[in-house]
Design a protein around this ligand. Structure first.
Ligand code: FIX
Ligand code: ZN
Length: 803
């Protein structure tokens, strides 16, 4: 501190800050760090220069900003000198600047936030302590005891990643979120954002800290990271969850020493539950651990916590395991010391839960086994209705399940990155999505569609950006979508600066295959179904070249619109060009040829305007392509027919792709098809809201009909909400609630993000009403519901159904 004080004095003497203010920015991790430094500097100056004006000068010329730093960088595997990289946290650096002396440009830096109001930064600290740090502290003792030496155990694909993630999600949902919701002025959304940011880091492939390293200073960490949540929960009259009881039990088990092998008064030796044969001795913060031999040195602070707990020595003989009562007494000794002090029946019950969990571990169950049990019990526990107080009510759980379920997307226009230019991604493609282009024509300052389309893509994108996002407030669903997805990609700061340059540069940097994988993962999409068109001149060569791609991510669909339209001229030309005869049999051969290449999920078409079937007006020499080709072929290959009903193509031809309209369709043909082909399966979605009711009833009348998706002009929150509620009421969990129709890869992010929220709302309304009857819904039921209507459960069920 003396150096800083001397430096400031030097500035004073050099008159360096006559008209300016000096900002001292701390990058340590202590709350109130600016205030503490200000005090220390003042104390130093007073002592050194008593009577001088130095203290006054510092007070009037220097601002010591309180700050919060959140950047934990571990090192590259095998090379301690190279820092590992992870995505920038949303709040990497937060500075308090009540007087507004910091330059505005600082806040434009990615990850930097400026807090201008007193108390704001305290909320940032509280959020970080209770969420990020709290989650770490709730996890690492169980990890260390399980021989998992670092938090890489959370990464996708790691052995316990699934269960650990469910665990921390639950600690957040049941304990941390409600406690913070009651205490802070931040909105629930803000609190959730902090958690999601942290969760993504914890699971990120380049993130991971030593579990033992994080176990340090355990008693203090229990006090500052978990106890605020536990005590607030108890004070609000609620019970901490069984997950929180597990967190405390695991920590206390870690702090139980082998007794005899105490290294010093405060340094002790503990024993892991699951040794790791391949491990060699390692160090953390001046202490050693050896997972092969199963021991670790640790300190709990002053030794008092461990002293309150039974020694591990005698417990190794199973009979000697302390009773729950004995454990309760020990645990109470530890928890009674924490502030604020707790008492009362709920506190006693919480201690009992911790003791029971601890006893299971002491009796030989591994922490991961015990955790699996906790997760399982939670899945089968009856969930309280939302009108009842506390966390983990129906609404919370449904939102959570809808947020986390991995979805399948049954109809898109996406292509795998291996298909080159057909795989659309990046901000220019996003801005020239036809939904936005149509909005642009509504708002544009006179540019004719033909002139617009004549421009290069980037210029089109610039015009759309300017018209929809800069010159007018972006409020439509399609515009909101762009903003959502840019933020989800971590481009929020660039986007808010309204400059497309950095955004374009970011996209240009992406490796398409990695970018696609990451986008699927971020959007929580398991697979998408493409739209594969044998009549398409751009797509055919990709298939002719047999380009390999990831079929687990991209499934195929054989699109046959010209056949459905009975467009004999297009069909016969294509069939002949492919080397088959222009006959009914030739058409079927043609479909066989493409089906063998694609291996499609279904045959699909968008029914033309005024479509009707059976058709009466065909020319006598033209075959009935639906009845003679499509239907027999679908039967031969057991392929469902997948229809999209109600688009009026080229309603405004000048708008080109953005010019399709909508009609209220006659669904008579759906009834006819379902009735006359009871052995064939049909999927149907409609474009007009006015057709939704009728279609839902048809879904209720025909066991070979599956209703899916809210398509295009129905893919707006207000319509999705109504439609989904209606479907739940009439069809139960037997429909596929949504498909995205994405054309540009990153749209998966917004279309699914938005849908998850709105589908959850519809489920909540319906399930709450059912729950009023007293039906005991469990979390397993609600997970099942989300899986059926969003995760492909109902779709795959229908596909497998025997007719
Ligand atoms: O027929 C379709 O598959 C439609 O989804 C498209 O034609 C339409 O352009 C679209 O992208 C709607 O979302
Ligand atoms: Zn489509």
């Amino acid at each position: 501190m003396s150096h800083l004080a001397q430096l400031l004095l030097a500035f004073k003497e050099a008159r360096a800050a006559e008209d300016a203010t000096i900002s001292v920015l701390c990058t340590d991790n202590v709350p109130g760090n600016g205030d503490a430094i200000a005090e220390a500097v003042a104390a130093y100056l007073e002592e050194r220069d008593a009577g001088s004006d130095a203290v006054d000068w510092v007070q009037s010329h220097v601002v010591f900003h309180n700050s919060m730093v959140d950047r934990i960088t571990s090192h590259r595997e095998g090379d301690p000198d190279v820092p590992s990289t992870e995505p920038l946290p949303a709040k990497a650096l937060v500075f308090e600047d009540i007087d507004g002396v910091l330059p505005a440009s600082l806040a434009e830096q990615p990850g930097v936030l400026i807090r201008r109001f007193p108390g704001e930064i305290d909320e940032d600290h509280e959020l970080k302590l209770c969420i990020a740090n709290g989650i770490h502290t709730a996890s690492v003792y169980a990890l260390a005891l399980s021989g998992l030496a670092d938090t890489k155990a959370f990464r996708e694909g790691a052995e316990f990643s699934g269960i650990l993630t469910q665990y921390v999600d639950s600690v957040f949902l049941y304990d941390i979120l409600p406690a913070l919701r009651a205490k802070l002025s931040s909105s629930e959304e803000e609190i959730r954002e902090v958690y999601e940011d942290w969760r993504a880091r914890l699971r990120h492939p380049h993130f991971g800290l030593g579990s033992f390293f994080i176990t340090q200073n355990s008693t203090i960490k229990l006090q500052v990271r978990l106890w605020p949540t536990i005590s607030r929960t108890l004070r609000s009259g609620q019970m901490p969850s069984s997950f929180m009881a597990f967190a405390v039990a695991a920590m206390l088990r870690f702090l139980m020493s082998e007794g005899a092998s105490r290294v010093s008064k405060t340094k002790m030796v503990g024993r892991v539950c699951v040794p790791v044969r391949t491990h060699s001795e390692a160090m953390y913060a001046g202490k050693r651990y050896n997972l092969a031999q199963g021991w670790y040195e640790f300190e709990d602070g002053d030794g008092a916590t461990s002293a309150a707990l039974p020694d591990l020595g005698p417990i190794s003989h199973h009979q000697a395991c302390p009773s729950v009562k004995q454990l309760c007494a020990s645990i109470a000794m530890v928890l009674d010391k924490l502030e604020p002090k707790m008492e009362g029946p709920r506190y006693t019950l919480f201690i009992r839960r911790v003791a029971e969990t601890l006893q299971k571990i002491l009796r030989g169950a591994s922490p991961m086994e015990v955790l699996a049990e906790v997760v399982d019990e939670d899945l089968d526990a009856v969930i309280p209705r939302s009108r009842e107080a506390g966390a983990g009510k129906l609404a919370d759980i449904i939102q959570e399940e809808a947020r986390r379920v991995t979805v399948i997307d049954v109809h898109t226009h996406l292509f795998p990155p291996e298909f080159g230019e057909l795989c659309l991604y990046n901000v220019d493609e996003l801005l020239t999505y036809h939904y936005l282009v149509a909005e642009f024509f509504e708002s544009s300052d006179g540019i004719a569609p033909a002139d617009f389309y004549a421009l290069p893509k980037q210029e089109q994108a610039d015009l759309v950006w300017k018209a929809i996002f800069i010159e007018r407030p972006p409020v439509s669903e399609a515009a909101r979508g762009v903003l959502t997805l840019l933020r989800r990609l971590g481009l929020g700061a660039a986007m808010n600066s309204r400059d497309l340059g950095p955004v374009r540069a970011w996209f240009a940097d992406q490796d398409p295959i990695r970018h696609a994988e990451r986008t699927f993962q971020l959007a929580g999409v398991k697979y998408v179904v493409m739209t594969n068109i044998p009549f398409d001149a751009k797509e055919c060569p990709k298939w002719d070249a047999r380009i390999p791609f990831n079929r687990d991510m991209f499934k195929t669909a054989l699109r046959v619109d010209p056949m459905l339209m009975n467009d004999w001229s297009t069909v016969s030309t294509a069939v002949q060009e492919a080397g088959f005869e222009a006959t009914v049999e030739g058409c079927i051969e043609y479909l066989r040829h493409w089906a063998d290449i694609y291996v499609p999920e279904y045959l699909m078409a968008s029914t033309p305007h005024n479509f009707d079937y059976p058709v009466t007006k065909n020319a006598p020499d033209v075959p009935d392509l639906v009845g003679e080709v499509l239907v027999p072929f679908a039967r031969e290959r057991s392929l469902p027919l997948f229809f999209k009903v109600g688009a009026v193509r080229a309603l405004n031809p000048d708008y080109r792709m953005a010019g399709d309209g909508i009609e209220v369709a006659d669904l008579g043909f759906v009834t006819y098809m379902c009735k006359t082909n009871p052995d064939l399966k049909f999927f149907v979605t409609v474009l007009s809201r006015d057709n939704q009711h009728e279609l839902t009833v048809l879904g209720n009348k025909f066991r070979n009909l599956h209703v899916y998706g809210c398509w295009w002009y129905c893919n707006n929150p207000s319509i999705i909400a109504d439609t989904t509620k209606l479907r739940l009421e009439l069809l139960g969990p037997n429909f596929t609630a949504q498909h995205s129709d994405c054309r540009v890869l990153e749209q998966l992010l917004y279309k699914w993000d938005h849908s998850r929220v709105i589908l959850a709302k519809a489920m909540i309304e319906q399930v709450e009403d059912v729950a009023k009857t007293g039906w005991p819904f469990t979390r397993r039921d609600l997970r099942h519901l989300a899986h059926r209507i969003m995760g492909g459960g109902a779709y795959e069920d229908f596909m497998a159904k025997k007719l």
